[in-house]
Design a protein around this ligand. Structure first.
Ligand SMILES: Nc1ncnc2c1ncn2[C@@H]1O[C@H](COP(=O)(O)OP(=O)(O)OP(=O)(O)O)[C@@H](O)[C@H]1O
Ligand SMILES: [Mg+2]
Length: 264
């Protein structure tokens, strides 16, 4: 087992005078095996990003635990231990613009990953950066030397995926990673994740609103609603025999063409 999440919860307190509690994530539990591709599907505000931020050790859980390879990332404090964790568990964010420093050129954004890797030779670093860009379908000369705002949304998302090719993490948490990529190149980006899985045994938590997409790419689907996982199963179980009424509603949103095609 690579990752064990047990009773993970997050409550935000909002408001200054009249304080209000928002139960963004409520007692979420699941396990992920090496090389498994899991989708976390739910509507906006269901708690998907909050869950991923707790696993990525960015947001402290209110209660519950995250155990990765037997270690609790929230018990790690030394810089070497944190570097180990962030090398192994890497996030691709919903809005790539927000996670890039706008003052850094693409080169620097990619070279930052070498802080987590033990590579000394400059020639090797340059080679690896160029290779990683080619892996995600970008020509190095079209993006190197440019600032994030000078790229398209899709190009920025590809840069984030290029970082995975440099790091080769054991677990990728990809939060709506293809939302800004046009439909014709989406399949190519999804293939990059499955190549990482096939070539390096990388596990993936793929976060999306789109149950149809999750059906195609996942080994297992978890349905999230109001901060809880209400149903989980293989893609066929979820699509053919949904148990929870919320899953049935999500299924209704899967484009009709696709349902006709698959006979659902
Ligand atoms: N820092 C915060 N402070 C207060 N409330 C927050 C904070 N972050 C998230 N929330 C609330 O927690 C709930 C879950 O948010 P979250 O971002 O996890 O949803 P999501 O499933 O990722 O949605 P989307 O699909 O729109 O990205 C929402 O009600 C949101 O308003
Ligand atoms: Mg989100």
């Amino acid at each position: 087992m690579l990752l064990k999440v047990k009773d993970l919860s997050k409550t935000f307190i909002v408001g200054l005078l009249r304080k209000k509690e928002i139960h963004a994530v409520r007692k979420v539990s699941f396990n992920i095996k090496k090389g498994e591709f899991i989708s976390l599907v739910g509507e906006s505000g269901s708690g998907k990003t909050t869950t991923s931020r707790m696993i990525l050790r960015i947001l402290k859980p209110s209660s519950g635990s995250v155990i990765f390879e037997g270690k609790d990332p929230w018990a790690l404090h030394k810089i070497e231990d944190l570097k180990w964790y962030w090398k192994q568990v890497h996030g691709i964010f919903q809005d790539p613009f927000a996670s890039f420093n706008p003052l850094y050129k693409v080169d620097r954004i990619l070279y930052q990953t070498f802080n987590l890797l033990n590579i000394e030779s400059d020639a090797e670093k340059e080679h690896l950066v160029k290779e990683s860009l080619k892996e995600v379908g970008l020509r190095p000369e079209e993006v190197l030397g440019r600032y994030p705002h000078e790229l398209s949304g899709g190009q920025r998302q590809r840069i984030m995926i290029a970082r995975c090719y440099l790091l080769k993490p054991k677990l990728i948490i990809a939060d709506e990673p293809i939302s800004m990529i046009d439909a014709s190149t989406r399949a190519g980006i999804l293939k990059l994740f499955s190549d990482l899985r096939n070539n390096y045994g990388t596990s993936v938590i793929f976060i999306t609103h789109d149950l149809g997409l999750a059906y195609y790419v996942s080994d297992r689907i978890m349905i999230m609603h109001n901060g809880s996982i209400v149903e989980e199963g293989t893609p066929d179980e979820i699509m053919e025999h949904p148990k929870h009424h919320y899953t049935m509603r999500l299924k209704e949103d899967v484009p009709l063409l696709y349902r006709k095609w698959k006979g659902f």
